[in-house]
Design a binder for this molecule. Structure first.
Ligand code: GLU
Length: 544
């Protein structure tokens, strides 16, 4: 077979000598040990938590080593492409404080551009041509129908499915048959001619999973589709070589293709990057653990964290907790050090399924929220409300001083022991709503209707907004006594049958009337913030 002739027929265009591409994209001048990592999303418009996990790991590894992280857009599948998806990736990542040093839509240092795979056709074709010349790639004219018939036969015969060995029909076409097909204008894909033998097992060091055994590839995988667009496998080999990636850290779903990638790098004569395969994110679902699913679990989408108003730092801290098992201890020891100082390592990443637990994230989020200064909390909540809140919620932030009073009460003062009520902005704004609006719904009163009315009436008769906290509480106790409730808890506990309830029931009635909630921070302060008029109005309205 005259491979040179076939290559010229398949790729009539003259390309630069391959060495010219090596010079165009030379190895990077980086200090020893510096890692070049990347995020390589497809612009489908759906970026998920798995992307963020991989991005956090890649970013930490690159920047801790004095290296580079870049953004490459894997846009070979036009059907799945969504307008604005690239901007959305950049925006989502930057929300979580992940900034790329170079890549798609990033102005600085685009030496290894283009970063959109669609714009890299010349490279793919030049190297595909070289594989044909070397007899390592061939055109395959099999139709979809033929391929699915093949799959059915293989399945029936309990054989591994795919295009390989004796099943790789077009691998053995004669020169004459190939040219006849080409002359007839038959569509074809380009396949790798695999030389691997699945009997051969090789030891492979995965940066996350450690030593693993890999079976040699024998699949003649497609490298260029019939429209000349590369498959993931081929584009990965070309791009990670010419962008000089040192560490390919990607999702575990790619582990099964690793043998293909190893063979491709070898066939192309490229030095392989190192690989790390990040385990899938799991969720506890009753008794079982399952992968997070796009359909069932809103928390898989990164949009969820924005809409709910999780502080980006909280998400990051939780992700770091899951990515490196010693992060939690480190963070406990050095709560005030920048997160960047944590010695992040791929080798410390979990080897099998990571359990993602929203309750744990909420705990982390409450701690992180409590670390915000009053100004930071105001700005964070305000930003969330302006983007995602209702019209009424947006208006909460108009009176800065007033909101600060509510926040000071609900969060406590910085430096002192803080309350930890707020996990997300959405929940916090919800909890703050009674400072701004008369609650539309109220939690159930524990006290019977008549008792409730009597308490509210009696309180209104003695209430004076100028009272200090102690005087105010004295009056609440007096109301309790007057209405047959114990004003002293000890007394109540000793003889509960003698009372309708205790002063805490009385306070609860007042609390629900004013705030709608049975649990709030200090009620006297809430009444102070609301002011006399509003307090009296809310209580009066509850008197039926
Ligand atoms: N485009 C691939 C994906 O989104 C990239 C995988 C990789 O990081 O190599 O899954």
């Amino acid at each position: 077979m005259d491979y040179k002739k076939l290559a010229d027929r398949l790729f009539p265009e003259e390309y630069k000598p391959l060495s010219a591409y090596e010079e165009m994209y030379p190895p990077r001048a980086l200090p020893k040990g510096a890692e070049v990592t990347r995020l390589a999303p497809s612009p489908t418009g759906f970026i998920h938590l798995g992307n963020l996990f991989v991005a956090v790991a890649n970013e930490r590894i690159a920047h801790r080593s004095g290296g580079v992280i870049y953004l490459r857009i894997e846009d070979t599948d036009l059907k799945r492409k969504v307008d604005g998806a690239v901007e959305a990736v950049i925006e989502a990542m930057s929300y979580f404080d992940i900034h790329f040093d170079e890549g798609a839509e990033i102005e600085a240092a685009n030496e290894y551009a283009p970063y959109y795979q669609r714009q890299r056709a010349e490279l793919y074709h030049a190297f595909a041509k070289s594989l044909v010349e070397k007899g390592r790639a061939y055109p395959c004219f099999c139709s979809e129908e033929e391929l699915s018939a093949l799959r059915e036969t293989q399945t029936a015969e309990k054989k591994i499915t795919g295009y390989y060995g004796e099943y790789a029909k077009c691998r053995n076409l004669s020169e004459e048959e190939i040219y006849r097909n080409l002359d007839a204008g038959k569509p074809y894909v380009l396949r790798l001619k695999s030389l691997g033998d699945p009997e051969n097992k090789l030891k492979f060091r995965d940066e996350i999973k450690g030593e693993i055994t890999v079976t040699e590839n024998d699949q003649d995988v497609v490298i260029l589709k019939s429209d000349g667009i590369p498959t993931y496998h081929f584009a990965h080999a070309i791009d990670d070589h010419f962008m000089r990636t040192t560490l390919v850290l990607r999702g575990e779903e790619w582990l099964s293709s690793l043998p293909v990638h190893i063979e491709l790098f070898d066939a192309l004569g490229f030095t392989r990057p190192r690989y790390g395969h990040n385990c899938s994110l799991m969720k506890q679902d009753g008794e079982t653990r399952r992968k997070l699913s796009k359909r069932k679990d809103p928390e898989l989408s990164l949009g969820f964290y924005r809409q709910e108003g999780y502080h980006p730092r909280a998400v990051k801290v939780y992700i770091l907790t899951l990515l490196n098992s010693d992060f939690e201890d480190w963070y406990r020891k050095f709560p005030d050090k920048p997160l960047e100082e944590f010695p992040f390592k791929a080798a410390k990443m979990s080897k099998s399924g990571t359990l993602f637990d929203l309750d744990k994230l909420n705990d982390v989020a409450k701690n992180e929220f409590a670390r915000l200064s009053a100004e930071e909390a105001f700005a964070f909540l305000n930003d969330w409300a302006q983007e995602f809140g209702s019209e009424a919620e947006r208006a909460y932030f108009a009176d800065r001083e007033y909101m600060h009073k509510a926040l000071a009460l609900c969060m406590g003062t910085a430096g002192k022991k803080r309350r930890k009520d707020f996990a997300t902005a959405k929940q916090a704004v919800g909890l703050l709503s009674y400072f701004f609006e008369n609650p539309v719904s109220r939690e159930a009163y524990r006290v019977a209707e008549a008792g409730k009315t009597a308490i509210l009436r009696a309180f209104l008769q003695t209430y004076c907004a100028a009272d200090d906290a102690q005087t105010w509480f004295g009056k609440v106790k007096a109301v309790a006594e007057q209405e047959g409730f114990a004003s002293d808890m000890k007394e109540y506990k000793a003889r509960p049958e003698d009372f309708k309830g205790s002063v805490s029931d009385v306070a609860e009635v007042l609390r629900i009337a004013v705030t709608g909630k049975a649990n709030t921070p200090d009620l006297w302060t809430i009444m102070q913030i609301l002011g006399e008029k509003e307090t009296v109005k809310r209580i009066s309205e509850q008197i039926s």
